[in-house]
Design a protein around this ligand. Sequence first.
Ligand code: NDP
Length: 453
Amino acid sequence: MSGYVEDLMAQVKGKHPSEPEFHQAVHEVAESLSLVFERHSEYRAAKILERIIEPERTIMFRVPWVDDQGEVHVNLGYRIEMNSAIGPYKGGLRFHPSVTLGILKFLAFEQVFKNSLTTLPMGGGKGGSDFDPKGKSDLKIMRFCQAFMSELFRHIGPNTDVPAGDIGVGGREIGYLFGQYKKLRNEFTGVLTGKGINWGGSLIRPEATGYGAVYFASEMLATRGESLQGKTCLVSGSGNVAQYTIEKINQLGGKAVTASDSNGFIYDEEGINDEKLAFLKELKNVRRDRIKEYAAQYKSAVYEAVDPHAAGNPLWDHPADCAFPSATQNEVNEKDAANLLRNGVYVVAEGANMPTTYEGVQVFLNEKILYGPGKAANAGGVAVSGLEMAQNSMRLPWTREEVDARLQLIMKSIHATCLLTAERFSTPGNYVNGANIAGFLKVADAMMDQGVV
Ligand code: NDP
């Protein structure tokens, strides 16, 4: 079977050159699926994986916009409609200067498996732009969002493709995008998720990815008869996912000691308690300032700048029990993974998408720690987006308690499915295989039923 993976990867690299993150995501899934193809040759014969790898549709467009000084800017816009076998395309929009076609294809590919795991009927997609919202006025952000939606609106719809937020796209951006969609279409529909509560949003959606990652970690710990109570946790990032990861760690009796942004990280040995977290939220969501300011505010914390070209990230080199990478892709490399283990970490739940390099993942798998890959551990965000779609269709909002209870149930179900599937394919405890295989089987069976389309 290793010959199969090598041949497939040679094809993928030939057809999709210069997209290393996409190759990495496909490679990891193909390795897991070789266990399936040994037992089920029908999927191979129908070239199901080869079909999942190719987006059903790739939309690329220019986004010209005029800033508040009258200067004209041109950004690139994308939407990857990856797979619609089990539901409308669903996945976030990312606004970040590092966005390329390859990055969005890796994210859209991962999303197909993740959405399948949620138990909800959602296909996979992803989109975004190389636009950098950092340091821009609200007016510039609004103008850009309107220009972006002026093209995107003709490709999306509540039964076709339902985007949400991701890096650089939070409540503010979703608001501007939704406003422009509504104006152009003259209809009020659940075309985006992550909306404001007063205009069709779901309670718990902002919290869902972070809370879900912590619920997933709790489920993994429970397999060893343990809980998060008293556990020290390393968290990276300081955006949406990181903030609500820290909040839930605190609620479950753990202690989060780090947070970061793209310039550096803070280490607060005493823990980022609720009062400090409120400051962090204000710093990042309202003042939109840098994490360095946290250390200026709290003497218990030290700030360290991070060189992205260094061999490793010192954030991952502190004593702890659990780690929640919640910033961006490939932020934990082989050296970081080894440092985590040396410092006592034995639980890793990925809030970010593919935050660990291929080599880093092998370190975790070889040591058989409790390692929850992003497509399982961070699926709570899109799961609650699915619940937002359900509420929009019914035109009935659910209470906070109801949505949170459903989120917990979904994370439990994803965890159990991963564990059972890993066992069924003779790799007990391997959540990577469990997530990839279980996510694949549901989509693959739907594709088999629907013929070659
Ligand atoms: P935000 O934009 O809210 O926050 C992103 C955080 O990560 C910021 O602290 C940012 O720092 C940091 N960051 C971004 N890019 C880099 C980089 N290249 N190097 C170092 N740090 C970086 O995004 P989210 O919290 O929503 O997303 C974080 C991760 O979680 C992403 O991988 C995303 O795909 C994933 N995810 C998000 C979901 C959601 O519901 N929002 C759902 C599932 C996964 P800075 O401010 O300096 O840029």
